[in-house]
Design a protein around this ligand. Structure first.
Ligand code: ATP
Length: 266
C-alpha cells in the first residue's frame, strides 16, 4: 500500500488562544476512505483545510503525494490544489450558472487566469465533464441553473466538479450535513463508489457516527484538536466513542450499530 498523505506533529492555533489542532499524527493510504469524526469544534474542518492550504497549519509537517505542503511556493500550491478535490457542506456552487459551467470550473486550476476568465475549455474537458455528470445521474440537469436543483443534486454537482479535476484525493467537509437521509445515502454511495472504482482516496468529515461506521475503511476520531482514535470501524468500541465525544454513545442518540454487526455486514 502506498502512503498518499502524512500528518506529522501538525498543530494549528487561531489567534493567541484557540488551539484547533494539537500534535496531530496520522497517515492515509492511496484508495482508502477515511472518516474524521468528533464533536463540534473538535478541529475536523481545520484538519481537512490544512491539506489544501485553505488554512495554514502553525507547525508540523504535511506530506501529500511527495510534496511538503507547508513549505511549497505559489506555483506548486496551484499544482497541489489540482490534485485535491473538495466538497463542501454548502456546495459552494455559482448558483446563477448552469450545472455544466459549474462542473467545468473544476478545470480552472489547469489554466491561466486569462484563459479561465474567458471560459475556454477543450472538447476533451467538456466530454469528460458530461461523462462524469451522467455517471452521477445528472444527465437531465446539465443545462439547468444550479439554483433550480435540490440539495442532493447540488452536492452531486459538487462531486462532479471535484472529479473533473482528476484529483488524487477528495476532501469532503460534512457533505451530508444539510441533506435528508435518502439524499445522504446517495452521496455516500457515490463517494464509496468513486473510492472503489477509481482508487481515489476520500477523506470525509462526518457528524453521523452510523454513516462513518457503515462506509469507512478507517475512522480517525478527534477531540479538542487531538487524535484520540485511529482504527477500523470494527475497533470503535463504546470506550473509544466516549473518548471522542466525551459522553456515552447511548446518551448521544447517534444511531450506533454495534461494531461487530457492522463488520459482519460489510
Ligand atoms: N477562523 C477561525 N478563527 C478563530 N477560531 C477558529 C476559526 N475557525 C475555527 N476556529 C476554532 O477552532 C476550533 C476548531 O474548529 P473547526 O471548525 O475546525 O471544528 P469542527 O470539528 O470542524 O467543528 P464543526 O463540527 O462544528 O464544524 C474551534 O474552537 C473553532 O471555534
Amino acid at each position: 500500500m502506498t502512503t498518499l498523505l502524512q500528518f506529522k506533529k501538525v498543530s494549528k492555533q487561531y489567534g493567541s488562544s484557540t488551539v484547533a489542532l494539537s500534535d496531530v499524527n496520522f497517515s492515509v493510504n492511496e484508495g482508502e476512505l477515511v472518516s474524521i469524526i468528533g464533536p463540534s469544534g473538535a478541529g475536523k474542518s481545520t484538519l481537512l483545510r490544512c491539506i489544501n492550504r485553505l488554512i495554514d497549519a502553525t507547525s508540523g509537517e504535511i506530506i501529500f503525494d511527495g510534496m511538503d505542503v507547508l513549505s511549497i511556493g505559489r506555483r506548486n500550491l496551484k499544482k497541489l490544489r489540482t490534485k485535491i478535490g473538495m466538497i463542501f457542506q454548502n456546495y459552494n456552487l455559482v448558483e446563477r450558472l448552469s450545472v455544466f459551467e459549474n462542473v467545468l470550473h473544476g478545470r480552472l486550476g489547469y489554466k491561466t487566469a486569462l484563459v479561465g476568465a474567458l471560459g475556454f475549455y477543450h472538447e476533451e474537458e467538456k466530454a469528460r465533464a458530461l461523462e462524469i455528470l451522467k455517471s452521477l445521474g445528472l444527465e437531465e440537469q446539465i443545462y439547468k441553473r444550479c439554483d433550480q436543483l435540490s440539495g442532493g443534486q447540488k452536492q452531486r454537482v459538487g462531486i462532479a466538479r471535484a472529479l473533473v479535476q482528476e484529483p488524487r484525493v477528495l476532501l469532503a467537509d460534512e457533505p451530508i450535513a444539510s441533506l435528508d437521509p435518502s439524499s445522504s445515502k446517495v452521496i455516500m454511495d457515490h463517494l464509496k463508489n468513486i473510492c472503489e472504482t477509481f482508487g481515489i482516496t476520500v477523506l470525509v468529515n462526518l457528524h453521523q457516527l452510523d454513516v462513518a461506521l457503515n462506509y469507512s475503511d478507517r475512522i480517525i476520531g478527534i477531540s479538542s484538536g487531538r487524535v484520540v482514535f485511529d482504527g477500523m470501524p470494527s475497533a470503535l468500541t463504546h470506550d473509544a466513542i466516549r473518548q471522542i465525544y466525551g459522553s456515552d454513545p447511548d446518551g448521544l442518540n447517534l444511531n450506533v450499530e454495534r461494531p461487530k454487526e457492522v463488520a459482519q455486514k460489510r
